[in-house]
Structures are given as C-alpha cells and as structure tokens.
Design a protein around this ligand. Structure first.
Ligand code: NAD
Length: 461
C-alpha cells in the first residue's frame, strides 16, 4: 500500500468491508490459509530477515515468530465455525414469547500497529484475530525492523486479498498520519509513551483501542529445598531473560528479587547457566540476538554507565557498538532510584535486588506499576497464595517464565500501566468482534399495563 494513496486505499477498505465480503467465513478461512502459506513458503526469507534486523538465530526465529503463529492460525481455523455461531441466551419468563442470542460481528476497518522485537509474530498474531473476526485491516509494522517490515508488505500483498488487507510501512510520521483517520478499532503493540498518543488520537473518533504495552517484569526467587529445582529455576531465569531477543521482550524478566541470604548461590547458578548457554565468550555465540540499533545500544550503555550501576556489575558488562552486542550481564543491588531500576530495561542486563525477607517482594511489586508478567520461583504454597491474592499483573507464573504467551487458551494482555485488552485464540476473535444482542419477540401475548396513559388503575398493580 503506497503512503501517497492512503486516502484512496482506506476508502477501498471501507467499501470492501461494507460489501460484506470479509464477513463470509470462506473469505476468513482463505485469508488465514494465506497466512499459513506465507509462513511455509517464505520460511527461509523470514529467517534471513530476522537475522538481518535482530541477529536472531533461526531456532529462536522459528519458535517465536513462525511456529507459534502457525499454531495460532491452525487453532483459529479449527474453531472458527464455532466462534462465529450465535450464542443462544435465556430471557426472563416475563419476556415470553421471545428468544435472544449474541451474534459476533466484525468491527469494520481496523488498524494494527506493531513493534520491532518480534516483528513477524507481533504483526501476524493480531492480524489472525482481525481476519478471523471478518475485518478489513491496515497493518503498520515497525520501521526498526525494516527487512521484516518490507517482507510483510510484499508477502501480504502477494498472498492475501489486497483489497481488504493492506500493509503501510514507515515510522512515527506514518503512524501519526494513519491515526488521523477513523478506524473501527486500533490494536497497538509498543511503548506506553506512544500508547498515549494512540489513545488520544482514537478518542477523536471514539475508536476502541487495545494497548499491548510493556514495563518491568520482575522474577521473585525464593530459596529451594533441593539443588535440582534451584538449578532448573536458574536455567529458566536465564532463558526468560536472555533467550528471547537478548532481553528485548515485553514479557522477558526485567530484574530479580531475592533474599540476601540466597544471593551468593543464586548468582553462582546464574553465571553457570549463562556459560552453559552462551559459552565463556558470549560474543562468539550465535545463540544471542543483537541489540536492534545504535539508539537502543546507547540507551542500554547509558543505563550501565551510571557510576553506582557500573560498580554493581558482578558478571559480564562487555559492550561492542560495532556489532551491537551486549554481553549477558548480572548486577547486584544497583540503587533503586537509578534508571536501570526505574525504566524498562529491554536488553540483556539483569539486576538482582536483595531483600531481608522474600515476603518483602510483595510490597516491592505492589508499590510499582502493574507488571505485564510476574514470575515467582518458589515451592512455598503460602507465598504462592499471597502472590495470587495480593499482587496485580497481566499474568502471574510460578516456577517458569514466558510460556503463558504461547498458550491459545490463555488471554494475553496487561493491566494498568502494562496495557489493556487481551488477545490470542478465542480472545483475539472477541477483541476484534462486537457481540451484538439480537432479541426476537412474538405477538402471542402482550401486557396492556405497559402502555400509557399512567392511569390510577395501572398504578395499583
Ligand atoms: P514504540 O512505541 O516506539 O513503537 C511501536 C510502534 O508505534 C511502531 O510501529 C512505531 O513506528 C509506531 N509509532 C511510534 N511513534 C508513533 C506515533 N507518534 N504515532 C503512531 N505510531 C507511532 O515501541 P517499540 O520500541 O516498537 O517497542 C518497545 C515497547 O513495546 C516496549 O515498551 C515493550 O515492552 C513494548 N512491547 C509490548 C508488547 C506486548 O505484547 N505487550 C510486545 C512487544 C513490545
């Protein structure tokens, strides 16, 4: 979709939506199958684009941006008929004779703005929901992953119905231009700062929005009774921090909270696991992604360069601007008022904050913005119960990380500062649909007292 013809292209989308074409289940299925064909035919191109933009290893690329999406499409195709069917619902006896149902209908022409860190997955995952629900779509991928953005533009043009699905490429200027138009839904993945811009633009047209934002996702690590569990916890933490786009992941672990007395063992286990995953010289490893660009590299360097923060590095700390590489780095107790502890890190720096008691972690988390994800590694059932009842986060996972994202039956989304709205599986279909209430009445019975005039006789009833 050329940006010069934006207005005409949006008109075309509106006309096609109004024609009813996108509502047909056959059209929806054909578009979803088109997505499957893209993922199958263009697998190598996707690997290359993700390598080019983010240095992603193809195993990581397949896992996060192809495999999960294929799974999602197949789940939707298998369930679409059921999800599209009207749901009958009961009415009170006083409404007899009548019947009611909830009929899902598409919202119209929807805008999806996505982020660069999983540029294929985070573009296609909401697109699946939008198409399944029968909408016409504009997708704006992130300009910070340019190879992936143009691959999406090209393949979606070639494989999907171009009169109803269009990709608009570009940066914030293009995003701002798009936001001036009326859409029937905006689905945004990105930062809270741009989320505010999206929401205020949407307010001008009373357009509903879904905001998939970020923030700091803590991992609370309790002491473990056995070394096997404690080693497994450490491995999962290293994977949940560095194993997804080098920590550039919205649900990646941002920092750890642990008890002072557990610190030494924990840090030793974390170091051991980093070496197992990335070797003694992680710079030579092809299993860790690069930092997306110089701007983000400098941002992360600034976080580390604060003197009090630099002094807290206990492992790693190597940076190479040329290759945009940052070594998996562990820090112990950087001051809580430094940027590394007040801003989302979004990179391979892992602060470990020590507390007197593990129970203090609850208050630590409660007094900060609601995380998108919260991970608690503990065998203590009381502590688990307290986390469920006393903290608020988009998701809460015990003894592992990240996996909640890939489960079709679980909604994915934030709460408070980490966003609102939710998607994946049926939740995506619902997010891009309106459930219309349809009530059918008959003429068999009627009550004379429901109609004016309000006479004394009616008042006595
Ligand atoms: P970003 O907000 O800078 O950009 C996101 C998208 O918005 C991009 O496509 C960008 O071009 C567009 N954009 C930028 N300025 C705009 C404007 N003024 N008007 C309209 N569109 C504009 O975010 P990012 O750097 O791509 O992503 C990083 C952030 O996203 C982090 O905070 C991360 O936690 C969050 N994130 C959240 C999720 C999630 O699923 N919740 C997933 C990935 C990333």
């Amino acid at each position: 979709m050329s940006n010069d013809h934006l207005e005409e292209d949006l008109k075309e989308l509106r006309q096609v939506f109004n024609s009813g074409k996108t509502k047909e289940s056959s059209w929806r299925i054909s578009q979803l199958k088109g997505l499957l064909h893209i993922l199958e035919d263009k697998e190598t191109d996707i690997f290359m684009a993700l390598k080019q933009d983010l240095g992603k290893h193809h195993v990581e690329a397949y896992r996060d941006e192809i495999g999960t999406v294929v799974k999602s499409v197949n789940n939707v195709i298998g369930n679409l008929k059921k999800w599209m069917s009207p749901k009958k619902t009961r009415l009170p006896i006083a409404a007899f004779p009548s019947a009611a149902s909830l009929v899902p209908e598409p919202l119209g022409v929807v805008l999806i703005i996505s982020s660069w860190n999983f540029p294929i997955g985070l573009s296609l995952e909401p697109l699946i929901g939008a198409l399944a629900a029968g909408n016409a779509v504009v997708l704006k991928p992130s300009e910070l992953a340019p190879t992936c953005s143009s691959l999406l533009a090209e393949t979606i043009r070639d494989y999907l119905d171009n009169s109803a699905v269009k990709v608009v490429e570009g940066g914030s200027d293009v995003g701002e231009r798009l936001l001036q138009y009326k859409f029937d839904k905006i689905f945004f993945t990105g930062s809270a700062c741009v989320g505010r811009i999206v929401m205020s633009a949407a307010a001008q047209h009373l357009t509903p929005v879904t905001l998939e934002l970020g923030g700091k996702c803590p991992a609370v690590v309790d002491s473990f009774s056995g070394s096997r569990d404690s080693n497994m916890a450490a491995k999962r933490i290293i994977w949940g921090k560095f194993g997804l786009c080098a920590g550039q992941a919205c649900i990646g672990i941002d920092y750890i909270l642990t008890e002072k007395k557990c610190l030494q063992n924990l840090v030793e286990s974390l170091k051991r696991c980093i070496k197992q995953c990335y070797g003694d010289d992680p710079k030579g490893s092809n299993s860790i992604s690069k930092i997306v660009n110089k701007k983000h590299f400098s941002r992360l360097k600034c976080l580390l360069d604060e003197p009090m923060v630099k002094n807290s590095v206990v492992y790693g700390g190597l940076l190479d601007e040329e290759s945009l590489f940052i070594e998996p780095t562990i820090l112990v107790d950087p001051p809580l008022d430094t940027a590394i502890m007040t801003e989302e890190i979004f990179g391979p720096l892992l602060p470990v904050i020590t507390l007197e008691s593990i129970e203090d972690s609850i208050n630590f988390i409660k007094t900060r913005p609601n995380p998108l994800a919260l991970y608690v590694f503990t065998e203590n059932e009381n502590l688990q119960k307290r986390f469920v009842s006393e903290t608020s986060s988009g998701s809460l996972m015990f003894n592992d990380a990240i996996l909640q994202y890939a489960v079709d039956t679980l909604p994915f989304g934030g709460v408070g500062g980490s966003g609102f709205g939710r998607y994946h599986g049926k939740y995506s279909f619902d997010e891009f649909s309106h459930e219309k209430v349809v009530v059918m009445r008959g003429f068999l019975v009627d009550f004379w007292f429901r109609y004016p005039p309000w006479t004394a006789q009616k008042l006595q009833l």
